[in-house]
Design a protein around this ligand. Structure first.
Ligand SMILES: Cc1cc2nc3c(=O)[nH]c(=O)nc-3n(C[C@H](O)[C@H](O)[C@H](O)COP(=O)(O)O)c2cc1C
Ligand code: SF4
Length: 477
């Protein structure tokens, strides 16, 4: 472990993390309706700190109530929230783990508005979002400046709560992407048009945050390296390319950002993020997207169409053709840039291998592990600040190569840690992979619209439904 790059500390300008594994952002609806926090959130974050990650990057934390994706996410929109986040930070710190808050605004990508948000969603554009049909209107300049200030105030509150840093959610189709993306932003004022103009909103937020927290508070930005804004709806504009994102990252570095967290996609979820399959059918209600997507039926003009596509097996082929079109092309073109060690039969739990064969595990890893590494490497070559990469990591030998071959400085992990909270401890004990790995089935993701966040892959529990529910419910105890 001593010479293992995974366990070498990572030094940012003003923050040191004990190892190279971050818990990536994972939202779940277990906070109170009004955005105040509760014990379940503290329990949730403690699981990962106890499991050995160097830092936790929080779930999506809205800086205004209008910026929520759904109700029941803890917010940072007012001073009353500071003491709760202080408790979260204190709990995580007990394990030598750092806590970075993700400051966020949904913009038009607001899945369930909630009773406080009876209005048309805010965005850079008035163009209805094309997958769910979420209606929106272009923000006025006054509204833009109010949101810029709200990000600054949110950062200040995170600092006052004793947290270790903040991250801007500039990825995955939320408000900052809606400004950055050439596929979404159709403004004609100084916040639209050229790349510099589209980046203005983000750069103004950075200035506001730095004004509030000073230069010594850790500050990173999560960004989509490429938009693929036409991934689901082929006639949409494709959006930003890697070269444009590299330029934005250089501006971010100049503006005083301490690290870049690399993701992909102009929508969430997106066919390329989180990498994996889209759950449509199975034995249990929790195996099917239709079982939770019904909570969004009244949210958009196209949600009923999508619901039918998810609900009726005869229509699945149409959806699958649309959803897997771009990943098929991209994955075939790029292959996987590095390989982890071959998985051995003895590494997998027999109860798990009965349902997911060794060959299947190997194939899943080759297809989905480290999907954004090419982007991370291009960004890393063009900036001096550390680069964190997200997307499919769950094998120590693979992560070691990604860092030592300079694709990135650290990796962030979401689903494989939801599946195995103690994955980093397992790596420290010399294991290369969990004996019940994440299958990239994305059932956790679709269930979280309606059900508590957790791993819903029944194969990981030896097809024991009660055991799966028992494990998911531990967050409440
Ligand atoms: C249930 C779920 C919730 C997520 N919530 C967020 C979020 O709030 N903010 C964010 O930036 N990314 C979010 N993500 C994306 C993850 O942080 C991560 O970047 C992505 O899942 C790829 O990493 P993985 O393959 O390790 O899961 C979420 C992913 C999942 C599965
Ligand atoms: S449900 Fe479990 S196995 Fe499936 S993607 Fe989520 S964490 Fe991984």
């Amino acid at each position: 472990m001593q010479n293992d790059i995974i366990f070498q500390p990572l030094e940012f300008r003003h923050l040191t993390i004990k190892n190279r594994i971050f818990r990536s952002n994972i939202s779940g609806r277990f906070d109170n309706y009004d955005g105040s926090g509760n014990q379940a959130r503290i329990n949730w974050e403690e699981k990962f700190a106890r499991g050995g990650v160097g830092a936790i990057v929080s779930s999506f934390v809205p800086v205004t109530i209008k910026g929520r994706i759904v109700p029941n996410y803890a917010t940072i929109h007012c001073d009353d929230r500071i003491s709760f986040w202080h408790q979260v930070g204190e709990k995580v710190h007990e394990y030598g783990c750092k806590f970075i808050m993700q400051l966020s605004h949904s913009g038009r990508q607001q899945d369930i508005q909630g009773i406080e948000n009876d209005y048309i969603r805010q965005s850079s554009t008035s163009h209805t979002e094309s997958f769910h049909g979420l209606e929106c209107r272009a923000m006025s300049k006054d509204e833009i400046w109010q949101v810029v200030q709200a990000f600054g105030k949110g950062a200040k509150r995170a600092q006052e709560a004793g947290l270790d840093g903040v991250e801007l959610h500039g990825a995955n189709g939320y408000l900052i992407t809606q400004f950055l993306s050439s596929g979404i932003n159709d403004r004609t004022d100084e916040f639209g048009g050229s790349l510099r103009n589209r980046a203005r909103f983000l750069l103004e937020i950075i200035e506001a945050v730095r004004q509030e927290v000073g230069d010594k508070f850790h500050f990173q930005v999560k960004i989509s390296a490429e938009d693929f804004n036409n991934a689901v709806i082929p006639w949409e504009k494709p959006g930003n390319k890697l070269e444009e994102t590299v330029q934005i990252c250089q501006w971010l570095e100049e503006a005083g950002v301490d690290a870049i967290h690399v993701s992909v996609g102009s929508l969430f979820p997106h066919p390329l993020n989180p990498p994996g399959t889209f759950p449509l059918g199975g034995k249990y209600a929790t195996d099917k997207a239709s079982n939770s997507y019904d909570t969004m039926l009244s949210s958009g003009n196209l949600t009923f169409r999508n619901y039918l596509l998810f609900r009726y097996p005869v229509l699945h082929k149409i959806f699958e053709w649309l959803w897997y079109r771009i990943p098929r092309k991209v994955y075939r073109r790029e292959g996987n840039l590095i390989q982890g060690a071959p998985v051995k039969a003895a590494e997998l739990c027999p109860d798990f291998s009965r349902f997911v064969s060794l060959e299947k595990v190997q194939q899943l890893l080759e297809t989905y592990q480290g999907r954004n590494l090419g982007y991370a490497r291009s960004i890393k070559k063009n900036v001096k600040i550390p680069v964190i990469c997200t997307g499919g990591f769950q094998q120590a030998s693979y992560i070691r190569k990604a860092i030592s071959e300079e694709f990135c400085d650290a990796v962030s992990i979401a689903r494989p840690l939801v599946a195995n909270n103690d994955l980093v401890q397992k790596f420290a004990q010399g294991k290369d992979i969990s004996d019940r790995p994440c299958t990239y089935c994305n059932k956790c993701l679709l269930n979280t619209l309606k059900n508590p966040l957790g791993c819903y892959e029944i194969a990981r529990y030896g097809d024991d439904y009660n055991e799966m529910i028992r494990e998911i419910m531990t967050v409440f105890t």
